[in-house]
Design a protein around this ligand. Structure first.
Ligand code: GDP
Length: 315
């Protein structure tokens, strides 16, 4: 059937649909519950890629976000190449299981030839798409049990210099923005003063815009989150602080960093944007990022790859 005929057939079907009233309870209103139960039973997968120089605070922030210790080993500064290292963890909160993969860019930005840094990241992201595509193309596919390693979000750690982005930051984000949801964050924000931070944030956003880099925007089309997401979009890039130390505040132990002149509390919204990041990344938009990875970024990769295969067949 040609494209036009399919459209006509669809329109005919739509016009044939009648609205009927039920005279009693049937039970399909339990469909949303059935969906929830099934999802909870299967568990969830979420994959985070942390991009940033060695020592910028990636591992500490991951420990802070998930309130645990992932026991990562510090990386040296003198690696000849960038390597992406993935670790997968099983976490459980109430009855919800999360298979979390954290990918670290070991050695990022440490070499003289910076080009190699982003290439390793691009190759890694593509390799995960390819592996999913190969599973999808199998005659007997088992996507239900397949460990999906596609990256759902990339946290890009910006150095707290106060001077804007480095060329490597711009080049890397530009290479990745059609492949992954990018959330830029200012690392170690406790090292930048309050006034400088506002200017730094505006400068980063202007540089991203001027260089045509699209970052992930918290979705505003779902009315239950429109307000919060709109407000949070105006706060990006989040300026965050991480810590593995706890200090007693009142009767609670809080993640904090202690200095001779005072204490920075990670979860204090007057001190940094950590809570905003956690809210957006984990509590409000995790599912949207999973969905956009599949429907937008993977779809683009899949289309390009299948076109390549078709061209090869024609030749
Ligand atoms: P990674 O190599 O990027 O994983 O960096 P780490 O998380 O291992 O942190 C490197 C060092 O920076 C450690 O000494 C951390 O205590 C420190 N650090 C981590 N987060 C922060 C932060 O938010 N502010 C400050 N001032 N130091 C931090």
């Amino acid at each position: 059937m040609a494209g036009g005929d399919i459209e006509k057939a669809k329109a005919n079907n739509e016009s044939n649909i009648r609205n009927l009233k039920l005279s009693g309870h049937v039970g399909f209103d339990s469909l949303p519950d059935q969906l929830v139960n099934k999802s909870v039973q299967n568990g969830f997968i979420f994959n985070i890629l942390c991009i940033g120089e060695t020592g910028i605070g990636k591992s500490t922030l991951m420990d802070s976000l998930f309130n645990t210790s992932f026991e990562s080993q510090p990386s040296p500064h003198n690696l000849p190449t960038v390597k992406l290292k993935a670790h997968t963890y099983e976490l459980q909160e109430s009855n919800v299981r999360l298979k979390l993969t954290i990918v670290d860019t070991v050695g990022y930005g440490d070499q003289i030839n910076k080009e190699e840094s982003y290439k390793a990241v691009v190759d890694y992201i593509d390799a995960q798409f390819e592996s999913y595509l190969q599973e999808e193309l199998k005659i007997k596919r088992s996507l239900g049990t397949y460990h999906d390693t596609r990256i759902h979000v990339c946290l890009y750690f910006i150095c707290p210099t106060g001077h804007g982005l480095k060329s490597l930051d711009l080049v890397c984000m530009k290479q990745l923005d059609k492949k992954v949801n990018i959330i830029p964050i200012i690392a170690k924000a406790d090292t930048v003063s309050k006034n400088e931070l506002q200017k730094f944030k505006s400068k980063i956003m202007a540089e991203l815009q001027n260089n045509g880099v699209s970052i992930y925007e918290f979705p505003t089309d779902d009315e239950t989150v429109t307000e919060v997401n709109t407000s949070m979009n105006s706060h990006t890039p989040f300026a965050v602080v991480g810590s593995t130390e706890f200090v007693r505040v009142g009767n609670k132990m809080m993640r904090s960093r202690q200095y001779p002149w005072g204490t920075v509390q990670v979860e204090n919204e007057n001190h940094c944007d950590f809570v905003k990041l956690r809210e957006m990344l984990i509590r409000t938009n995790m599912e949207d990022m999973r969905e956009k990875t599949h429907a937008r970024h993977y779809e683009l990769y899949r289309k390009r790859r299948l076109e390549q295969v078709r061209m090869l067949c024609i030749l």
